[in-house]
Design a protein around this ligand. Structure first.
Ligand code: ADP
Ligand code: MG
Length: 342
């Protein structure tokens, strides 16, 4: 039968699903198990000829959706919010080979239309800041609950620091690169990707088993008549804690997270990989239930996300799936993860 899952609760996370086009690894003999109804924002997963399950998302992208459309629907609202002083997160979740990195990390050097969310977000950030503002990035890999610096790969086991008063999460040990322009950003990102490849070859792992995290810190001098003041810069009594004669310095942070492949792993790795993903799921559930206790402390990933997820932070999640019936089980579990986040 056809059942429809949808949620009427206010969304903690905006969730989109994206279907990858068929490729050479999808065997010709495999039927497609995914049917997309973009106008209904609905996706049907066919188990067989007689039974299918329907799911509704905030956005549903077919295999022909462009990188630009995905960026505009998924990431742009988060980027705009970050530009006005709030923290935000964009994440991709799905089985290895379904398009997480294509969606987020694609550089599109030869063809700008291919650019992914990271490059497009930086393009928008650069276009909407002035030369007196600062844009700084760090690029990290989280593997087996250890954070490695992809821009300075000798730095492993980078600790997470949380400012006790403000709750601000920082990585004081990570290399910070001040971005000059979009070409510079692409170069830095490419270096990070190359380092990721080398690091994973050395560790004898695949990048599919680690999370990649781009952290963008924006510092802007904003004059008081501009925009609305973010809540977190008030003193707790509703008073603005700045000298009215000076521009306000406004800090905000964007995290773009290419999550580890959602498929099964070796038992030892699964313990750690699932620790982060399981904690993420628990935090999402707790936020959705308005629970007073959000278990952010349980994993490195959720500790990193703590000040950029829930509350005033905007979050978007793209779940990626392949079309083939061979992956019906993985696609179902990916879809369920996305549904829980809504
Ligand atoms: P993941 O990061 O989830 O393991 P990738 O992003 O590396 O997956 O995608 C796997 C392959 O599929 C890559 O060759 C990628 O270029 C291609 N691909 C993924 N999504 C799309 C898409 N929407 N359009 C065209 N090619 C895609
Ligand atoms: Mg990938």
């Amino acid at each position: 039968g056809l059942s429809l899952s949808s949620s009427t609760e206010p969304a903690i996370v905006r969730v989109a699903v994206r279907l990858r086009p068929r490729n050479a690894e999808d065997l010709l003999s495999d039927a497609d198990c995914v049917e997309i109804q973009p106008e209904l924002k609905r996706l049907n997963l066919k188990k067989n000829n007689w039974s299918s399950e329907a799911y509704r998302f905030d956005e549903v992208f077919s295999e022909s959706a462009s990188q630009r459309r995905v960026y505009e629907a998924v990431a742009k609202p988060v980027v705009e919010s970050v530009l006005s002083g709030y923290n935000g997160t964009v994440m991709a979740y799905g089985q290895t080979g379904t398009g997480k990195t294509y969606t987020l990390g694609r550089l599109g050097k030869d063809d700008a239309s291919e650019r992914g969310i990271m490059v497009r977000a930086m393009e928008d950030i650069i276009a909407n800041t002035s030369s007196s503002d600062s844009i700084e990035i760090s690029y990290l890999q989280l593997y087996l609950e250890s954070i490695q610096d992809l821009l300075s790969p000798e730095k492993i086991n980078i600790p997470i620091f949380e400012e006790p008063k403000t709750g601000k999460v920082t990585l004081p040990g990570a290399l910070v690169v001040k971005i000059r322009d979009l070409d510079h950003f692409s170069q830095v990102l490419q270096t990070g990707e190359a380092n990721r490849h080398v690091a994973n070859t050395k560790l004898n792992t695949e990048s599919s088993r680690s999370h990649a995290i781009l952290m963008v810190n924006i510092r802007r001098a904003v004059h008081e008549e501009q925009n609305e003041i973010p809540f977190h810069e008030k003193d707790g009594k509703g008073n603005l804690s700045y000298d009215r004669s000076l521009p306000i310095v406004r800090n905000s942070k964007l995290l773009i997270v290419d999550l580890a492949g959602s498929e099964g792993h070796s038992v030892e790795e699964a313990k750690f990989i699932n620790l982060s993903l399981t904690s993420l799921r628990k935090c999402i559930n707790a936020l959705a239930e308005n629970s007073p206790h959000i278990p952010f402390r349980d994993s490195k990933l959720t500790r990193l996300l703590r000040d950029s997820f829930g509350g005033f932070a905007r979050t978007s999640l793209v779940v990626t799936i392949g079309p083939s019936s061979r992956h019906h089980a993985e696609s179902t579990s990916t879809i369920m993860f996305g549904q829980r986040a809504m």
